[in-house]
Design a protein around this ligand. Structure first.
Ligand code: ROI
Length: 184
């Protein structure tokens, strides 16, 4: 069955992307290209790429962050596994250090309106309400978004300052992102 014929069942998901090691902009571009190839999934939109100050330990490089919107019929667990595979392909090593620097990683921020609490996955993402590097890119894609608990993105944005978050120049934004936006 093609994705087109499965649209009724597809869930709109928002994925956070971040990296602060080994050419983070290139990492995010490759990550977007990989998202576009996920099975049973359509990449709909990608935010601008943003430079952001590290949350947590400050003795690490600034991050590059973005948010992507996908429609998928993968289950949350299948999506998580597929994203972890891409992270590994892009050199992610899971280290003991909490909140240390990292090559590409994905966070599933929202999976439709699903609320889930399992050891592997918490939905919505546990930290998304307070992270400027998630909220502002997300607002680019879906300014009227409401979380499953009824919180509006507008309300969250009014409480979370930019903290130095800055869109990167447009050339950092891959042609693939533009195509996803044009198609959506
Ligand atoms: N800080 C920023 N700005 N962006 C991130 O993606 C990010 N990711 C992390 C921690 C270490 C929490 N800090 C971050 O995992």
């Amino acid at each position: 069955m093609s994705v087109a014929t499965m649209n009724i069942m597809a869930e709109r998901c928002y994925i956070g992307l971040g990296a602060n090691l080994t050419e983070p902009v290139a990492q995010l571009k490759r990550a977007v290209a990989a998202l576009a190839l996920l099975p049973a999934t359509q990449l709909r939109q990608v935010s601008q790429f943003y430079s952001s100050k590290p949350m947590g330990p400050q003795d690490q490089p600034d991050y590059v962050n973005a948010v992507a919107a996908i429609d998928t019929v993968l289950t949350p667990q299948q999506l998580l596994a597929a994203l972890q595979k891409i992270e590994q392909q892009q050199g992610r090593e899971r280290k003991a250090e909490r909140w240390g620097p990292r090559t590409l990683y994905f966070d599933i921020l929202l999976y439709g309106q699903l609320q889930l609490n399992t050891p592997q996955l918490t939905l919505p993402h546990y930290g998304m309400k307070v992270r400027e590097f998630v909220l502002y890119p997300l607002a680019e894609l879906s300014p009227a978004l409401q979380l499953p608990d009824g919180t509006t993105l507008t309300n969250l944005l009014s409480q979370v300052p930019l903290n130095g978050l800055q869109p990167l120049p447009l050339e950092a934004h891959s042609a693939l992102c533009d195509r996803a936006q044009a198609d959506s």
